[in-house]
Design a protein around this ligand. Structure first.
Ligand code: PEP
Length: 319
């Protein structure tokens, strides 16, 4: 029998033996224990007289308590976003290998300022290697499956990311939207899966150059946010990244005023987003990162190209 309980917003299933036969087989496992204890409160009479230790209510309690602890730990270990004043997310895209990881670890000192949250997102195959070698920074994935489990060849579930202690995951990056035709609905489901598993989705939104020229930036962002944000998203479990598509990898950036006003628009567009961490991404480099991150409505940066240029990345995150 599976008992399903809902704890905060997480559903937990607890397995409980439901037939006399199951109980009997459980009892047999305990028969070697001594001294034998008999508990006949909930155990059928025929079984209660056997030399076995089987305390059904106790077992059930232990199961419930263990499940509560596991779920609570998952919630507790979800990174507390409010404890950081700024975020620097390094998106390595399809770059990097084992040598590069060693070079990165040799060369990059994490800032003394512990209010800066540094997250490094390598390709999936290197997540575990980096996670095992990392010091004082967090690991993020670049993508996740919208599905929890099943016949989906080539996918990686949020559950398995959690097993490898991955704390963040980029979703809806414009390269995934444009090259892999990812839609808002899928991004929404991916965010849902991540939040369920205690991983923080970094949801990317941004307009194309054409949309910008048509003066549709705010309309596009509003729609992307409405459709790609999971109902379970809130300011403690999700980050928003504003990444104008035309600024990614091009060396072009909006003016500081434009970045600030777009971030303000996102924050005020829906009261749900008032307290969200909102990062800027698109050609961030050492010569503009300080000014961008200092803008009142900018909480950090998502850095692509400059994150694999180690001299550049070092300058971006330094104190
Ligand atoms: C990115 O990949 O999210 C990004 C912002 O890239 P770049 O910094 O190279 O523009």
């Amino acid at each position: 029998m599976l008992i399903s309980i809902t704890l905060r917003n997480l559903e937990v299933e607890i397995g409980v033996p439901d037939t006399e036969a199951t109980i009997l087989s459980e009892l047999n496992k305990f028969e070697y224990l001594s001294p034998p204890l008999k508990k006949n409160r909930l155990i059928p009479k025929s079984i209660a007289n056997t030399k076995a230790i089987f305390d059904f209510p106790r077992l059930l309690n232990i199961n419930i308590v263990a499940s509560i602890i596991i779920v609570s730990i998952r919630e507790i270990i979800m990174i507390k976003l409010d404890s950081f004043s700024s975020f620097f997310i390094a998106n390595w895209k399809l770059h990097g290998n084992l040598n590069f990881i060693d070079e990165f670890l040799d060369k990059i000192q994490m800032p003394n300022d512990i209010s800066k949250c540094i997250v490094v997102c390598p390709t999936s195959i290197y997540l575990d290697t980096l996670s095992q070698k990392k010091k004082k920074f967090f690991i993020g994935a670049q993508n996740v499956s919208q599905y929890e489990d099943g016949a989906y060849t080539g996918e990686i579930s949020s559950n398995s990311l959690r097993d490898f202690k991955i704390d963040f995951c980029i979703v809806g990056h414009s390269e995934r939207r444009q090259i892999f035709y990812e839609k808002n609905g899928e991004i929404n489901l991916k965010s849902f899966q991540l939040i369920k598993d205690g991983i923080i989705p970094i949801v990317c939104v941004g307009e194309t150059l054409e949309e910008k020229k048509q003066g549709r930036t705010n309309e596009v962002l509003e729609n992307q946010l409405k459709e790609s944000m999971s109902d379970s998203s809130n300011s403690s479990n999700t980050i928003i990244a504003y990444e104008p598509v035309w600024a990614i990898g091009t060396g072009l950036t909006p003016s500081y005023e434009e970045i600030e006003s777009t971030h303000k628009f996102i924050r005020e567009n829906n009261k749900k987003f008032n307290n969200f961490k909102i990062l800027y991404g698109g050609s961030v480099k050492s010569s503009n990162s300080k000014e961008i991150v200092a803008l009142p409505n900018v909480d950090g940066a998502l850095i692509g190209g400059a994150s694999i240029n180690l001299d550049e990345f070092k300058k971006i995150i330094e104190d």
